[in-house]
Design a binder for this molecule. Sequence first.
Ligand SMILES: [Zn+2]
Length: 365
Amino acid sequence: MLFIKDILAEIEKIAPLALQEDYDNSGLMVGDVNQEVKGALLCLDITEEILKEAILKKYNLIISHHPIIFKGLKCLDPSTRIGKIIIDAVKHNVVLYAAHTNLDNAHLGVSYYLAQRLGLIQPVVLDPAKEGLRKLVTFCPVDFAEKVRSALFEAGAGHIGNYDSCSYNIDGTGTFRALGNSHPFVGQKGEIHYEAETRIEVIYPAYIEKSVIKSLKTAHPYEEVAFDIYNLQNENSFVGCGVVAELTQSTEASDFLNHVKNVLGLAAIKYSAKKRGKIKKVALCGGSGGFLINNAICSNADIYITGDLKYHDFTDYSHQIILADIGHFESEQFVREQIREILIKKFPTFAVSISESEESSVCFL
Ligand SMILES: [Zn+2]
């Protein structure tokens, strides 16, 4: 039997909630996750129509990109849009869940997926996460170093950019004296023991710390496992906002913009035409990405594609980089397919569909 919590755990494996921005409210919004899942409907925003669609399909889970409860709610009033949706969801036992900035910031997140759909190659994070990396240093008998290292790697430690299994190792001598109630793995009680040990260093994102420590303690032979944890100041190039990627060959700006228009099915693109020339490097960010314009310029991208740009963004920056506003909804439209792919991969027979009733609230004449 498959439970709603199993479905959500699979999403959080790719997009851990710890990756969400401080202002966000990703995760469970409404409902009991300890029930059998009958099906999941995917959307960007939960509306009354989408809730009706889920009820009609007999699904009891809606996964949206934007959280329906974003700011604090002080009352649930059915005369308000959000109040009505939440009350109806509870009445019909439909669980509401959002994967928002945790999916934006995830490795292979929203912007990676968009870059992939646009045929871009060699994607890297545009604005890497500034904190959240830690280092674990542990000491184990030389003969157990391989086992302990493997366990740490298996738990997700030692991942740097496009490399995994990264560690630093040096051999030395550890000392200890086993006291009264101990059960020493080596050495005699009451005597100082000298053991040939390997010092192993690995980094990991803080949100996997529990499983890293658990794996360490399971693989390590000692009764008392010695380890140190350090907070690092390094950026985590693996996760963060936006992406910079490349076209397979330099392309005229107008040709590339037409390509974007076709792939995303856009009615129009707002763009700046002051800076001209061919495009090879592309920065992009799904959603409202105005806050990353400077990052895009610093990355030496030829164009920055996002949604919700302001008039003054165009006037202030259009001499430095081509800016293209493709629309908020349009830039995030593939999120639904992305979540669908994550779920289908793990649960091939699970009923998960993209909403048929969802469309952008913004129209073009
Ligand atoms: Zn958005």
